[in-house]
Design a protein around this ligand. Structure first.
Ligand SMILES: Nc1ncnc2c1ncn2[C@@H]1O[C@H](COP(=O)(O)OP(=O)(O)OP(=O)(O)O)[C@@H](O)[C@H]1O
Ligand SMILES: [Mg+2]
Length: 569
């Protein structure tokens, strides 16, 4: 068995009991019509001929009872099967989301968001088809086997003639099964691209509109959309075709049996009635045969979807969480020792060594693309250095448990990201247990309290209700309040580069100053005021430290920093 198939079967292992029960119910439901036939025979033979009135009275109840049983069994089986299917989907979706969180920033940077969402929605959903396959998987072959045995007992020669073509049905079932699997895989991949593109368009709607690019964007979207149509049609064909082809192959056998059987009738070996009965029995085999091909189809569709989900589930995160040390509060120091980093296409950070002593502010400055954000991303271990190491309180980062490490630091990123939650909820994101008073105190320190109070529902205003009403500076101050409330000993701050008007700028600067107090700070600084108050400035160029020192020292040096400063001023 292929490993993916085995893996796939393991998804259903907890539900073996349920699947067997569902199959038993299916068999019961399938036999109720036969029971009704038997009942009618009883009525005719026994009740009517012997004129037993009492028994006749009971017949309507018996028929109604059988149908009630049938209804109960069918509903029960349907719900049971669905609940197993949905449970598997639920569990798999949970695992996938957990894995996305575990893979973290490194995976997110190389996989479009819409694609991840599409896998979570569409791929996982497709896995449920296997369950319907399972639920009928056992019954069809059993029925088929029963019919075959009966046919051979009845007339071995005829049965042999009719059945000799049957092995051929394996060909279309297998061929179209593979094709279905491939086209399901392609259509899910295409759907992921389509979702990624749609998601990007929505996020970038202002840029799209501002550049009047709707037409161009729509044309690109329609290509993918049309490709989706094509792939789905192809998958549908691969699912539809094998059933009738199997029937056709079986018909060849039936045709041969008619010829051979006809000659047997001429020879007086069997009666015409016996031949007809035999052919009718052969006809009953069509349904389970087609059923077999359907099971294979459903199975292939599910496995195609499962393959991609398992591939993601098997990925290893870029950083391993194997450390066990826990931080116990108090001030923290950071040290970089010969740190180099490479995203995979050439080094971006080269052999950097410097320290941020407890309570110090170290500013990273340098031209765009110098590797500042990259370096900052190494501190919360979004990535690990390719060479060298970073020490926290003298211990290498991997020695600390990831949870403890990340709790010890607050991060303010270059982009101001707000969740679709209330303003208060956004501020309390790093400390959900915070009281309203704590939240307001943090907002006050971040110069955000005044404008938040003016919002329609104050701290309870939802971000989506505000739409685009928050200004850049206001968003920044909410993000700063979030970091203030997290109250971590280390602060990693990637100052936003977007220019603010001078009043807003002053408010943000004051908020940042308060945030940096009494913390160990690594700040990617663009503001002169932040740079001036830094205990040390590390100047990066092409990932290398080219200068380091205090503001005035560096100005006197007349090097890279002095030039950057002159250009800014
Ligand atoms: N996820 C990534 N994969 C590959 N290369 C990357 C990735 N992120 C950044 N880079 C590259 O690494 C280099 C440093 O980028 P980084 O974002 O660290 O610069 P920066 O100094 O923060 O610039 P800015 O001041 O513009 O924010 C750039 O050449 C960039 O193209
Ligand atoms: Mg940057």
């Amino acid at each position: 068995m292929k490993p993916t198939t085995r893996r796939f079967l393991s998804l259903f292992r907890p539900h073996v009991g349920g699947l067997i029960l569902s199959t038993v119910l299916l068999i019961i439901a399938a036999n109720i019509p036969a029971a009704i036939v038997v009942l009618i025979k009883l009525v005719l033979d026994d009740v009517l001929i012997k004129q037993r009135h009492g028994a006749l009275m009971a017949m309507p109840f018996a028929v109604a009872g059988l149908y009630a049983l049938s209804a109960g069994v069918n509903i029960g089986r349907g719900l049971l099967t669905k609940s197993i299917a949905f449970r598997v989907v639920e569990r798999l979706r949970g695992q996938l989301l957990h894995q996305y969180l575990r893979l973290g920033v490194a995976y997110h940077q190389v996989t479009p968001t819409g694609e991840q969402v599409s896998r979570l929605a569409n791929d996982v959903n497709n896995v449920q088809y296997a369950v319907s396959g399972f639920a009928t998987a056992i019954q069809k072959p059993i029925t088929l086997l029963g019919l075959l045995v009966a046919a051979f007992v009845f007339n071995p020669l005829l049965a042999g003639v009719a059945v000799c073509v049957l092995p051929l049905v394996a060909i279309p079932i297998d061929r179209f099964g593979r094709r279905l699997r491939a086209s399901t895989r392609d259509s899910l991949a295409n759907m992921a691209h389509l979702s990624a593109m749609a998601q990007e368009l929505m996020v970038g709607i202002r840029v799209v509109q501002a550049f009047g690019a709707e037409g161009r964007v729509k044309a690109r979207f329609e290509e993918l959309n049309h490709e989706q149509f094509r792939l789905q049609l192809r998958a549908a064909a691969a699912q539809l075709i094998p059933g009738p082809v199997v029937e056709l192959i079986a018909a060849v056998g039936v045709g041969a049996a008619i010829y051979v059987g006809g000659r047997q009738v001429f020879a007086g070996v069997i009666t015409p009635g016996e031949l007809i009965a035999f052919l009718v029995a052969l006809g009953f085999m069509n349904d389970p045969l087609k059923g077999l091909s359907l099971i294979v189809s459903l199975w292939q569709r599910s496995v195609a979807a499962g393959d991609e989900v398992f591939r993601i589930l098997d990925m290893q995160p870029a950083v391993a969480d194997e450390g066990s040390q826990k931080l116990e509060g108090g001030p923290c120091s950071l040290a970089f020792e010969g740190v180099s980093f490479d995203y995979g296409d050439g080094p971006v950070v080269h052999d950097l060594s410097f320290e941020v002593a407890a309570g110090q502010v170290v500013a990273l400055v340098g031209p765009s693309g110098a590797g500042k954000t990259t370096l900052a991303n190494l501190v919360p271990r979004f990535y690990d250095p390719t060479q060298g190491q970073i020490l926290l309180n003298g211990e290498p980062l991997p020695a600390w448990s990831l949870a403890s490490l990340r709790r010890s630091m607050a991060l303010v990123t270059q982009e101001t990201f707000l969740f679709n939650d209330t303003v208060g909820g956004n501020i309390a994101f790093g400390r959900p247990s915070a009281s309203q008073a704590d939240i307001e105190a943090a907002a006050l320190a971040a110069n955000a309290h005044a404008f938040i109070r003016e919002l329609p529902k104050g701290y309870d205003t939802r971000i989506d209700e505000l739409g685009m009403r928050l200004s850049g500076g206001q968003r920044q101050r909410i993000c700063i309040a979030r970091a203030v409330l997290a109250d971590a000993p280390i602060l990693v701050l990637d100052e936003a580069t977007s220019a603010l008007d001078s009043e807003s700028e002053a408010l943000v600067q004051q908020a940042l100053d308060r945030l940096m107090q009494n913390r160990t700070v690594l700040v990617i600084a663009h503001r002169l005021s932040t740079i001036r108050r830094a205990d040390r400035i590390v100047v990066l160029e092409d990932g290398r430290m080219v200068e380091s020192g205090k503001h005035l020292e560096l100005l006197e040096l007349g090097g890279v920093y002095a030039r950057l400063h002159a250009r800014q001023a």
